[in-house]
Write a protein that binds this ligand. Sequence first.
Ligand code: ZN
Ligand code: ZN
Length: 340
Amino acid sequence: MTLPKTMKAMLLDTPRTPLRPAEIPVPTPGPRQALLKVRACGVCHTDLHIVDGELTEPKLPLVLGHQIVGTVAAAGEGSGRFRTGERVGVPWLGSTDGTCPACVRGQENLCDHPIFTGYHVDGGFAEYAVADERFCFPLPETYSDAEAAPLLCAGLIGYRTYRMAGEGVEKLGIYGFGAAAHIVAQIAKFEGKKVYAFTRPGDREAQAFALRHGADWAGDSTAPPPQLLDAALIFAPVGALVVEALKAVRKGGAVVCGGIHMSDIPSFPYSLLWEERLVRSVANLTRRDGGEFLALAPRVPVRTEVTTFALAEVNTALDRLRSGQLTGAAVVVIESELEK
Ligand SMILES: [Zn+2]
Ligand SMILES: [Zn+2]
């Protein structure tokens, strides 16, 4: 296959502006990198936080997108983990320094010098992308490209959030029932838990979606659940939900925030935290999370519900995610004109 010199991409020039269609050079893979022909790339809340200027250190101009499903088109110097044509996934954690105290402790998700895909380096809203092959994942064959894409962030970080709820959880609450929640709910059911889904007040469509994906109960985020929960996961970027979730968990229960950004958490009485309730965040992912989750997903089997968009429609996908008009996961599917 001869590689083209240029490719279509959607570029963020500056925060708070729409992505712009552009023709840019196909990137060259460096040492330990693979060049991937992008087949699909999931759209995530984190992309919105970057576009909206809430995450403040993006490379500019930037190709967003950190749930990349692609096939290996070329290898850089010293690369060879994957063969040409092999399908791999690229997550948010693009690479780490491997030497900082966090990395040495085995917490590469907390690396002092991380490189995040579609933030510090270009991501997958383009026809080609380069990625550090050591941080790519082989993907289960049972998933189509579009179905596999949401596994790479919604699934992976959702899974890490779920594990952080701790042992002995039987009744699990999930606040914000989008891409991550619909994957986590299936795993929780597989592991025998009862799932309580909380949505924006009055959002009957999201509540029906939650019930379709295994939730035992669905209701408004401002209303109490029928029973106290052992733990609650928060996937919506709304700080007030921390307070609502604390009201809903039992003594010793955990509230785990799975997003990279949230609005401010309102002050609340200490009595809500008292009795060893715990509030914690989850940051990024480790390759170990990825290995565990991608082995588990086909055994459940996790089914992802996706709405697909063409590359030129990324702005529409972002707008619909921002306004809560999406059920499940938004995925950009690349229809390359270059090989036809
Ligand atoms: Zn993400
Ligand atoms: Zn590090």
